[in-house]
Ligand binder design. Structure first.
Ligand code: FE2
Length: 200
């Protein structure tokens, strides 16, 4: 039998070549603010500023290059992309984030300069097919899972469509977990006829 994965959810995975320790040093010096709603200890912290990639020109260049690679795999016709914002996240041991997606964005991504065992990110299936029949399975695979957890590694870059819900899993390491997240928008002329828009 051949299984046809008809509308797969994609995540681009890239190993970058940048000075990750230098990036981590800088991330440790950036100012962070709380994102908590009712549990301060368990919440990830986010940088005060939304253009942290300005500190890392080489990283920024590599990210944009990989965005084009990821887009090309989907055969999209967008010719240009821009990084509309970037921020860093600091997650203390045992802290985590809630599932969320990034609004007003086409692609999103996250870069990990230095990873430890216990740094994980999870992605949620984009639709809920358990409303009527919940499916009990012998073991999980790509076809039946509703959530997918990826361990992260040094210099790892992940790029995905911004609608995809994700969360920082509980930091099970003894050290703070740092990452840089970003949103990507196409720019220039997009579409045609009555669907044509021009994003500067
Ligand atoms: Fe996010």
């Amino acid at each position: 039998m051949t299984m046809i994965a008809m509308f797969p959810t994609t995540i681009g995975e890239f190993d970058l070549k940048v000075d990750n320790n230098k990036i981590l040093d800088k991330l440790k010096k950036i100012k962070y603010k709380d994102t908590y709603v009712n549990n301060k200890e368990a919440s990830a912290l986010i940088s005060d500023e939304y253009n942290v990639l300005k500190y890392f020109p080489s990283l920024k260049k590599q990210i944009l290059k990989k965005v084009y690679e990821y887009s090309n795999e989907h055969k999209y016709m967008n010719e240009k992309y821009k990084i509309q914002c970037s921020w860093s996240t600091k997650t203390k041991p045992k802290a985590f984030s809630q599932f969320h997606s990034h609004s007003h964005s086409f692609f999103s991504g996250v870069y990990y300069p230095v990873a430890k065992r216990g740094f994980n990110i999870s992605f949620q299936k984009p639709y809920d097919d358990t409303v009527f029949w919940d499916k009990y399975v012998q073991s999980h695979n790509y076809f039946n899972c509703s959530q997918f957890t990826l361990p992260v590694r040094d210099n790892l870059l992940l790029i995905f469509h911004s609608y995809l819900k994700h969360r920082i899993e509980s930091n099970e390491a003894f050290e703070d977990r740092y990452s840089i997240a970003f949103n990507i928008t196409p720019k220039g002329l997009i579409g045609y006829d009555d669907k044509l828009i021009n994003i500067s």
